[in-house]
Write a new protein. Structure first.
Lengths: 127, 185
């Protein structure tokens, strides 16, 4: 039997043939000419920083715009909608009794609207 | 270690694919040799060769001309091999692998060149119990025949780490050979 060192020494520096070496070379050349015609350039650090900062600024601006349009604007829109609805469907009085009923109804509606607005304000105040 | 004309390197830096083809053709056997000995798998080794040259092309601008191109390519390939080893488990050597090894060990002709598939079998037999670092140092030093300075540049280990990993690797390989019935030195 041979000694282990002899076996290891014989293995040293031997280089196996590449199976289909030409095909492998072509694959490599296709990969580099297809995806990138030029060697990759190192992107400067300042450019990466600029990209991050501009992204953060864009997100901040969008958040700011949404915030400005937020609770108060929505509340005003809701109140305006209720007022418009009442104006559109306001009934006409034909005699004294019906005029009194209509006034009572309006008074109740006004109270209800005030309560509703207070509720909406309280709701938004929670947020 | 294999070297290449500095003019070809400059042309590669300028992005000339024709010059890079010369690099691929010159260094492909070297990178394949390292990869097949590290991974004991011909197809995986070819993948590493391809990935190494693509990575080299993409980052040619970062190549430090003070060191040889072969060292730089060996470094890229070594890292890719280590990454691949982290993700895969080595298969145990089969009877066929042991038969290939015994055939080589009993062959008296000193200049016998091994086929790629024979290398796969021999590595499976010899290096099955080696850690990643031991395998890398053993391959670069014992099988590729590189000197310690070169291995330091490629692996980033210091001389002491290289010495201890190589010593442990050789011990493991010897134990493996003794198990198979080969004489201790």
């Amino acid at each position: 039997m041979k000694k282990t060192e002899d076996i290891l020494e014989r293995l040293k520096g031997q280089m196996p043939q590449v199976p289909d070496g030409d095909l492998l070379t072509e694959n490599i050349m296709q990969a580099i000419t297809g995806a990138a015609a030029k060697p990759g350039r190192i992107v400067p650090l300042w450019l990466n920083v600029l990209r991050v900062v501009s992204s953060v600024a864009a997100v901040f601006l969008i958040a700011l715009l949404i915030g400005l349009k937020g609770p108060d604007a929505e509340l005003s829109e809701n109140v305006a909608l209720v007022d418009n609805a009442e104006q559109i469907y306001r009934p006409m009085a034909t005699d004294v009794n019906s005029a009194i009923r209509i006034m009572e109804t309006r008074s109740e509606k006004r109270k209800a609207r005030q309560i509703r607005q207070t509720q909406i304000k309280n709701l938004y105040a929670k947020f | 270690m294999m070297e290449i004309d500095s003019e070809i390197i400059e042309r590669c830096r300028r992005g000339e694919t024709g010059a890079f083809r010369a690099v691929v053709e010159s260094f492909q056997p070297m990178i394949y040799s390292l990869s097949v000995k590290m991974l004991a798998d011909e197809e995986e080794a070819k993948d590493i060769v391809q990935d190494t040259f693509i990575k080299a092309w993409q980052s040619f601008s970062s190549y430090d001309g003070r060191y040889s191109l072969s060292t730089w390519l060996y470094t890229i390939a070594s890292r890719l091999c280590i990454d691949r080893i982290r993700k895969q488990r080595f298969s145990e050597p089969m009877n066929d692998d042991i038969a290939v090894f015994e055939g080589y060990a009993s062959d008296s002709s000193p200049d016998r060149q091994l086929e790629s598939r024979e290398w796969v079998s021999i590595i499976k037999v010899l290096a099955q119990n080696l850690s990643k670092k031991q395998r890398l140092v053993f391959t670069l030093s014992q099988l590729e025949g590189l000197d310690t300075e070169e291995i330091i540049r490629i692996t980033g280990m210091d001389a002491t780490q290289i010495k201890s990993n190589l010593s442990l690797a050789k011990k493991s390989v010897r134990e493996q050979l003794i198990k198979l019935g080969y004489e201790k030195d």
